[in-house]
Design a protein around this ligand. Sequence first.
Ligand SMILES: [Zn+2]
Length: 83
Amino acid sequence: MILKSVRSVHNNDFVGTYECEWCGGEREVMCYDDLNFHTNVVPRLECHDCAQSTLSATKCLLVAARRSAIPRHPSIKAKKEAQ
Ligand SMILES: [Zn+2]
């Protein structure tokens, strides 16, 4: 989810409207403006329309990598052939 607008601010608390990078759906969230919220909480916010989060893309890439989308380093292959 990407922060689109801020509605109200009180000290470090704010109400933000977040937009889903997958479907464009919007969600209003009570937020706390600190590093933990922006780096750990926001990437895990799920869209109410499509249930995806920012980390969904990362998970998809990791799954693809584990399914051999990324070729092994040549030195690993050479060691296996030498055995
Ligand atoms: Zn969405």
